[in-house]
Design a binder for this molecule. Structure first.
Ligand code: IMP
Ligand code: MG
Length: 179
C-alpha cells in the first residue's frame, strides 16, 4: 500500500465550511425535536468529530451513545461487510433515536444499523444523519434524513475519516486521487 502524506491531500471542505454546515444541521434538529428528548447514536470511529460538534448545537434533553462498527479494510473501497465491534445500547423503546454517521457510501453500514435497531426496539422515531453522502456509490436503498454534503466518488480523509487509521484528527476534509 502506498503511504500518503498530508501534502498529497487536496482540501474539499475546510474547517469553517464544515462547522457552518454542522451548525445548520443542528438548527434543523432543534426544530425537528423541539420539546422532545433525543438519543444520539454516534457510530465510531469515523463519526466522532461530527457527533461531538453537532451535539454542542443541540438544545433538547440529549443522551449520547457510542457504538463501534467497521466495514472498511485498510484500503480505499468499502467491503460491503459490516463488523459489529461493540453495539451495546440502552433500552431505546419509545425513544427518539438519531443515528449519526460520518459518511454513507454503499449504504451497507447504515442499513445494518437501522435494521439492527428496528429488530431490537420499537423506537418512537428512528432517523439517520450523515455529514457526507456518496449517493453515487449506493448498493442498498437507504437515504439519510439529514446530510451535510453530497460528494462524488472520492476517497476522503479528515474530520473523523481515516486512511489506514490516520488523518482522523484533521480539522478539514481532504481527498486523495485513487491510484
Ligand atoms: P458503507 O457501509 O459502504 O456505506 O460505508 C460506510 C463506512 O465506510 C463509513 O462509516 C466510513 O467509515 C467508511 N468510508 C466510506 N467512504 C469513506 C471515505 O471516503 N473515506 C474514509 N472512510 C470511508
Ligand atoms: Mg463510519
Amino acid at each position: 500500500m502506498k503511504m500518503i502524506t498530508e501534502n498529497d491531500l487536496k482540501i474539499l471542505f475546510d474547517s469553517k465550511t464544515i462547522q457552518d454546515k454542522v451548525q445548520q444541521i443542528g438548527l434543523k434538529l432543534n426544530q425537528e425535536y423541539k420539546n422532545e428528548e433525543l438519543y444520539l447514536i454516534c457510530v465510531l470511529k469515523g463519526s466522532v468529530m461530527f457527533t461531538v460538534d453537532l451535539s454542542k448545537h443541540l438544545k433538547m434533553p440529549l443522551r449520547m451513545e457510542f457504538i463501534r462498527l467497521s466495514s472498511y479494510g485498510s484500503g480505499f473501497s468499502s467491503t460491503g461487510k459490516v463488523n459489529a465491534v461493540d453495539i451495546s445500547l440502552p433500552d431505546l423503546n419509545d425513544k427518539n433515536v438519531l443515528i449519526v454517521e460520518d459518511i454513507i457510501d454503499t449504504g451497507h453500514t447504515a442499513k445494518f444499523l437501522v435494521d439492527f435497531i428496528n429488530h431490537n426496539f420499537k423506537t418512537k422515531t428512528l432517523k439517520f444523519c450523515s455529514l457526507l453522502d456518496k449517493k453515487i456509490k449506493r448498493e442498498v436503498k437507504i437515504d439519510p434524513d439529514y446530510y451535510g454534503f453530497e460528494i462524488d466518488d472520492k476517497f476522503l480523509v479528515g474530520y473523523g475519516l481515516d486512511y489506514d487509521g490516520y488523518y482522523r484528527n484533521l480539522p478539514y476534509i481532504g481527498y486523495v486521487e485513487v491510484l
